[in-house]
Design a protein around this ligand. Structure first.
Ligand code: MN
Length: 657
């Protein structure tokens, strides 16, 4: 374990202005806070945060990051609070520690989650300060180094899988190659130690065979470059077992077929020299076609820069050579941290140069500080801000557009879940369906099989999936209602004409009106495109319709037996806005009122009270009248708009209640 003075000295070595006293206090604070807690290794728990801080000193991170590393488990695992930390260490550090704590809590929740891709996006979305992520990665790295102490094999396997799927790619993404390499190799030990061992055995065999082959090649390359007047550092190293394994898997080749088990690296001082070295090597040795890649002129997405080429080398072997500048090398290994360091050294302002382009692309810096010391502090991660990631009760991680609500969540799970949702619990508490979800929320959807999508949901959902499902449902409902209506209208028309109604009789109409099927025909009657009278004229051409005389009296004025009425009446339930039926604004029918429907051309049916004056306008068009009645079986909980008329004398004291 790193001793207190060692840690402080390390930080001071690259940051002479660091607050020594504050570092000391953080070191002591974590020891006191974790007290007698122990790790699986039997070591005192506080050795862990101290080692994590140590790892970050290798990246030469700022003092706030180092202190955050020391304190990173105190809020979660000890009685220490964010307020206490803020009081002693200030707001900046308190916010950082809180950020790391939130990521750790997510980790616990994600135990059952399989969606590594979404999970790493969530981590990125929640680390709004790059230092939070760096501390988290160092935390994971130390936990991987001590993974073998954990007794339960399932737990080891889970942690290793998570590292391979989430943390190693994250490290690569922010450009810290050294973290990625170590994380992958430690996970490889746990996940496939047999494969790893066999690769190590073969490497050993090759080494024995080739004796000092690597050294001979390195020396020969050095001489070649020296002769050409190029100052270059040349090194050769075996590739890591995991990267060899990955190549074998990806390319589906055997170990013997791999050409680049050993990678040679040439480091020079500027870009021009990189191309000189390349030209020199290609002039001297045959280049293997299809293996040349220039990541200097076209850097990788994480800003990895280097030239890769494979040649038949001095020992008549295929070797891969990577050519880069010193600065590129540092950046490739240490990513964002190297930038900070580099800037520190040369005291340079952050400029809009090529150098930082990757950072903007990848991390979207919100602000760029002019003072190099503020560089990390202002390197805000602003990724996936247009998305929000929420957990299902089973731990599935669901990605939604920002601003999503539980209804969006429900539709993202399954259309059926969306269609039947009645309420939601967010993080265990009942929450309205229009609640806006936050990253990491756990969402439980309460369902009822009687529920149907409400058109009001459309006003607050943001996901296309929810919106289109709600619209589709409303359209379908509307269609069903129009069809039901249309059928009633057809039946009524036959009845009024004294003709027996059969669906068969309607068949000839389809052709005349150019409709596909009977449902379409009902629909066209229901929405008022065609009238019942037009229907009869097609079926019984030339016959004078009876409504002209006796049926001209609207149906509601005729004596109807209760039974007759119910047989043909269209039941009215809780009306949904935008559907086939509407309540008239003139008379505001209330449940229990005697009512009648008027078919409006193309707009469905308007329900009036039977004594509404407006009905006079329709006395000449009895085919538009529709017998309707309240559906008394259905519990009607929808709000109804009514009107109350009050007549009173204008006297003093009347308005007192
Ligand atoms: Mn930890």
């Amino acid at each position: 374990m790193l001793r207190q003075v060692e840690l402080v000295e390390r930080v001071l070595s690259y940051d002479p202005h660091a607050d020594e006293d504050l570092l000391n206090r953080a070191y002591v604070f974590t020891i006191k806070a974790h007290g007698s807690q122990t790790r699986a290794s039997g070591d005192p728990y506080f050795s862990h945060p101290i080692e994590v801080a140590g790892i970050l000193t290798e990246l030469k991170l700022d003092m706030a990051s180092i202190i955050t590393a020391l304190l990173h488990d105190t809020i979660e695992d000890t009685v220490a609070t964010k307020e206490e930390i803020e009081e002693i260490f200030g707001q900046e550090i308190a916010v950082l520690v809180d950020g790391v704590t939130k990521l750790s809590q997510l980790e616990l929740q994600s135990d059952r989650t399989k969606q590594a891709e979404n999970f790493s996006k969530l981590l990125l979305a929640m680390s709004n300060d790059i230092r939070v992520l760096l501390v988290k990665l160092a935390d994971r790295l130390h936990n991987m180094r001590t993974l073998h102490f954990i007794k339960k094999p399932e737990k080891r396997k889970r942690i290793a899988t998570e590292t391979m799927e989430i943390y190693a790619p994250l490290a690569e993404r922010i450009g810290i190659q050294s973290f990625r390499d170590e994380l992958e190799d430690l996970a490889f030990v746990e996940l496939n130690n047999e494969a790893r061992k066999s690769i190590l055995r073969r490497l050993e065999y090759l080494r024995a065979e080739g004796e000092d082959l690597v050294d001979r090649i390195v020396n020969k390359l050095k001489d070649d470059l020296h002769e050409a007047g190029l100052q270059a550092e040349v090194s050769g190293r075996e590739k890591r077992p995991y990267s060899i394994w990955r190549k074998m898997e990806q390319k589906n080749v055997t170990f013997e077929q791999l050409s680049d088990i050993i990678a040679f690296r040439v480091v020079v001082s500027n870009v021009e020299q990189c191309y000189h070295v390349l030209g020199n090597l290609h002039a001297k040795y045959s280049m293997v076609p299809g293996r040349f890649k220039d990541y200097i002129s076209t850097p990788k997405r994480n800003n990895y820069q280097s030239i890769h080429t494979t040649i038949i080398g001095p020992e008549r072997q295929r070797i891969e050579v990577q050519i880069r500048t010193r600065e590129m090398h540092e950046t490739n290994e240490f990513g964002v941290a190297a930038h900070w360091q580099y800037k520190q050294q040369i005291g340079e302002k952050v400029q809009d140069g090529q150098q930082y382009r990757w950072l903007r692309e990848l991390l979207e810096i919100l602000e760029e500080a002019s003072d190099p010391d503020e560089f990390l502090e202002h390197t805000k991660l602003n990724m996936y801000q247009d998305q929000v990631f929420c957990f299902s009760p089973k731990g599935d991680l669901i990605s939604l557009p920002a601003g999503s609500t539980p209804v969006d969540f429900a539709y993202a799970v399954h259309t059926r879940v969306g269609d039947t949702c009645v309420g939601s619990k967010v993080n265990g508490r009942l929450a309205p369906l229009r609640t806006i979800l936050k990253n990491g929320d756990q969402v439980e959807i309460l369902r009822s099989k009687n529920q149907t999508p409400s058109p009001t949901w459309e006003s607050f959902v943001v996901s296309g999936k929810a919106r289109s499902a709600i619209r589709r449902f409303i359209r379908q409902q509307q269609r069903d209602q129009y069809i039901e209506l249309g059928k009633s209208i057809a039946e009524k028309s036959f009845r009024m004409d004294g003709k027996p109604f059969t669906e068969k009789a309607l068949a000839p109409v389809l052709k005349v009106w150019d409709l596909e099927n009977i449902e379409d025909l009902y629909y066209s009657l229901g929405d008022g495109t065609h009238t019942g009278r037009q229907l009869l004229e097609v079926i019984f051409p030339g016959e004078k319709s009876k409504d002209a005389d006796e049926n001209v009296v609207p149906i509601h004025r005729k004596k109807q037996t209760g039974k007759h009425k119910h047989e043909h009446a269209v039941p009215i339930r809780g009306l949904i806005p935008g559907m086939a039926m509407h309540f008239a604004g003139c008379c505001h029918p209330l449940p229990g009122d005697r009512i009648v429907g008027i078919v409006m051309t193309g707009r469905g049916v308007t329900i009036h009270t039977i004594d509404c004056d407006t009905l006079e306008q329709y006395s000449e068009v009895p085919e538009r009248w529709l017998d309707v009645s309240w559906d008394t079986d259905q519990q009607n909980e929808t709000l109804q708009v009514g009107r109350i008329g009050i007549v009173m004398a204008n006297e003093p004291g009347r308005f007192q209640v």
